[in-house]
Design a protein around this ligand. Structure first.
Ligand SMILES: Nc1ncnc2c1ncn2[C@@H]1O[C@H](COP(=O)(O)OP(=O)(O)OP(=O)(O)O)[C@@H](O)[C@H]1O
Length: 178
């Protein structure tokens, strides 16, 4: 199985965008009609798809693997206004993949009677090439280091021990208010 998957998520277009966009989605490829330009992806989620579907199809396996000891990363990349926050953070009416992942994570580990888990959470931003700790607003301009024991890490980043999905979501809200 490939280690890196690249998915595209199309969001609903405004009337202006729909008029000017030349792109056409067919299956898992995007192309310009009557043109040779064509890009293929592992998966394309159409504009009617919900965060739940993105989570179930693309993210759940990564969370599940993490519980079994594999490192995993999910990140959203795209131009401004393309739907990164909608997908990752979501809203009260439609939680994003981070909330869905956190809930799933706690559900799964609570059912596992044979192991103990210790979960720690960090939350940081990279803004104007500076790393700021969103859980400890006084920790600004942090540095990236590398060591044999820890691999690549951000020195001085706060790590909170977390015991419930609600606690993680509250900490995220705290970080976003700063
Ligand atoms: N799949 C979707 N379905 C419905 N509305 C969406 C979808 N994706 C994004 N939107 C809406 O489009 C707008 C832009 O989305 P969003 O704020 O998530 O973009 P962004 O990539 O995070 O932008 P920025 O980089 O500027 O922060 C928002 O109003 C959002 O609610």
């Amino acid at each position: 199985m490939e280690r890196i998957h690249v998915s595209v998520r199309a969001r609903p277009l405004s009337a202006d965008e729909a008029e000017s966009s030349p792109w056409c989605i067919l299956g898992n490829s995007i192309s310009i009609p009557n043109h040779t330009t064509k890009f293929e992806f592992d998966r394309i989620f159409g504009e009617n798809c919900k965060n739940n579907e993105v989570y179930n199809v693309r993210v759940q396996d990564i969370v599940s693997a993490a519980i079994h000891g594999f490192n995993g990363t999910v990140f959203a990349y795209g131009q401004t206004n393309s739907g990164k926050t909608h997908t990752m953070r979501g809203s009260r009416t439609e939680p994003g993949v981070i909330c869905l992942a956190v809930r799933d994570l706690f559900d799964v580990i609570q059912q596992d009677m044979n192991r103990e888990f210790l979960l720690r959470m960090s939350y940081m931003e990279i803004y104007n090439e500076e790393i700021n700790d969103l859980l400890a607003p006084e920790h600004r301009k942090l540095q990236i280091h590398e060591s044999v024991e820890r691999g690549i890490f951000v020195a001085g980043l706060r790590e909170e021990i977390v015991i419930s999905a609600e606690q993680v979501i509250q900490l995220m809200e705290f970080g976003e208010c700063k």
